[in-house]
Ligand binder design. Structure first.
Ligand SMILES: C[S@@+](CC[C@H](N)C(=O)[O-])C[C@H]1O[C@@H](n2cnc3c(N)ncnc32)[C@H](O)[C@@H]1O
Length: 263
């Protein structure tokens, strides 16, 4: 199996296994964050939206009242079923669900007004391919809105943080820096309209439990934070180490790109 195929298969297995925790996750349902995505992209009632890697369905659910329709996709079929049941329980009827690999979207070119993808590209083996696929399925003038982990530009610091994330979740492939995100969008022919960073704070234990970490892995994660070099400490801003409330900052980028008329 190629690296890409095994990486996707691992994501599928793990997210199918941990699906219920992602539907109920407070950090994924965070209202202010989802409201900010709506504010930035200004959805219109006639829009067709594609939500890539929908996970528990929180982004699809937040956009649904503002638009005509949302297609929510994910590579993990059980995750998709859990998201579908969750969205149906909220009484929302304009979201449909379809299994799909983010890097090979099963949709015709120029189908959607907005493509959203939140807290997922760090799992993709080739995020640039996902960006190109999103640009392809967008109508002229359509928007790509991504929220994901962002890494510092300094390579060694970035690698340490990626290793820390991958220890907790082996399906974490690699997060990108802000510069990489801007380049990926531009290379796919999108004009970058907005970039911002937000800080999420994770309680280490809750964050590790969502991915079923063993006690031994939790101890290794704690050690990685406690012995981190200065650049990593500056980025992760750990607090309350040595207590059950130990937490760290998880920086995300929100980036919005627009497809021009000629792309
Ligand atoms: C953290 S969850 C997404 C959270 C969700 N977007 C939200 O806003 O709450 C990450 C999701 O990415 C999905 N995923 C990972 N690799 C994928 C791929 N190549 N294509 C599509 N989905 C993928 C996983 O199955 C998982 O459901």
């Amino acid at each position: 199996m190629t690296f890409e195929a095994s990486s996707k298969s691992l994501s599928q297995q793990r997210f199918d296994h941990f699906a219920p925790g992602y539907v109920t996750s407070k950090t994924h349902a965070k209202a202010e964050e989802l409201d900010r995505l709506v504010e930035i992209s200004q959805p219109k009632p006639e829009w067709a939206v594609l939500d890539v890697a929908t996970g528990g369905g929180h982004t699809a659910l937040r956009f649904a009242p503002h638009v005509e329709s949302v297609v929510a996709t994910d590579i993990a079929p059980r995750m998709l079923r859990k998201a579908q049941a969750f969205v149906a329980r909220q009484g929302v009827r304009n979201v449909t669900f379809r299994p799909a690999d983010a890097e090979q979207l099963p949709f015709a070119s120029e189908t959607f007004d907005l493509v959203t993808c939140r807290i997922a590209p760090h799992h993709f083996p080739a995020p640039a391919r996902f960006v190109r696929e999103s640009a392809r399925v967008l109508k002229a003038g359509g928007l790509l809105l991504v929220q994901d982990h962002v890494l510092p530009e300094e390579v060694e610091t970035a690698r340490y943080i990626d290793d820390f994330e991958r220890l907790r979740d082996p399906s974490h492939n690699r997060a990108c820096s802000a510069t990489e995100w801007v380049s990926m969008l531009r290379e796919a022919g999108l004009q970058v309209k907005h970039v911002e960073q937000i800080v999420k704070r994770h309680v280490l234990l809750t964050w590790a439990e969502r991915q079923g970490c063993t006690t031994e892995t939790v101890e290794r994660l704690k050690r990685l934070i406690a012995t981190a070099p200065g650049g990593v400490v500056d980025w992760l801003q750990p607090r309350d180490l040595g207590t059950p409330e130990a937490s760290f900052a998880n920086l995300h980028i929100i980036i919005l790109g627009r497809k021009g008329a000629s792309t």
